[in-house]
Design a protein around this ligand. Structure first.
Ligand SMILES: Cc1cc2nc3c(=O)[nH]c(=O)nc-3n(C[C@H](O)[C@H](O)[C@H](O)COP(=O)(O)O)c2cc1C
Length: 181
């Protein structure tokens, strides 16, 4: 698929077919995470592949009952191994590092005709317990992965004019959320 088409095709999938993800495609998706950049190339992450149905149900429960987590044949949990690390600009690098790696996976999955959905709404302690993640680390995102049952059409996004300014910051803050969320 053309790169721009992959970007357009990627959307949040919350309805998955009941069919497994082929091993070679799963590997391709994980390889996309492996190649992601990270601050100082620390690669401070671990990706837990969850296929066990019972565990996926437990994860869904810990995410306020988001059923698509249990229904997707695979859930990838992205874990930050250095959640305390700050860059010299004072910004923690882990949400950025993990965000890039997870987006690589979401785009690689879309390229292969698979669907994903970023999941940030879950109970940290419960998910740690389900997956055996030590308390020094932080589970950042769950990513259900599978074949989409249906697509949901055009994207609802702000215009470029609303989000881009040139040379200096333009303080015309528009926090309106576009319809369709
Ligand atoms: C950091 C992050 C956390 C998110 N958490 C959830 C979530 O817990 N449950 C869910 O259904 N969607 C979640 N989403 C998906 C967003 O709602 C979705 O990306 C957004 O509405 C835009 O739609 P699109 O992904 O189809 O383009 C999350 C997305 C991001 C980037």
């Amino acid at each position: 698929m053309e790169f721009t088409e992959v970007i357009r095709k990627r959307e949040s999938v919350r309805d998955f077919e009941d069919r497994p993800v082929p091993e070679n495609i799963l590997k391709m998706v994980l390889e996309a995470a492996r190649l992601a950049p990270s601050a100082s190339n620390r690669q401070p992450w671990k990706f837990i592949v969850v296929r066990d149905a019972l565990k996926r149900q437990e994860l869904a429960r810990s995410a306020g009952g988001q059923h698509h987590i249990a229904e997707a044949p695979v859930v990838i949990a992205a874990v930050a191994l250095m959640p305390e690390y700050l860059m010299s600009n004072g910004v923690p690098s882990y949400p950025i590092d993990i965000g890039i790696a997870v987006d690589h996976m979401a785009l690689a999955a879309a390229d292969q005709g698979l669907g994903t959905c970023w999941i940030g709404t879950f109970d940290q302690q419960e998910v740690r317990k389900i997956l055996g993640v030590p308390s020094a680390y932080r589970v950042v995102i769950l990513l259900p992965l599978g074949f989409p049952r249906s697509g949901h059409g055009p994207k609802s996004r702000k215009s470029l004019n609303q989000i881009v300014c040139y040379e200096t910051f333009k303080d015309d803050l528009d926090l309106t959320i576009p319809s369709g969320f």
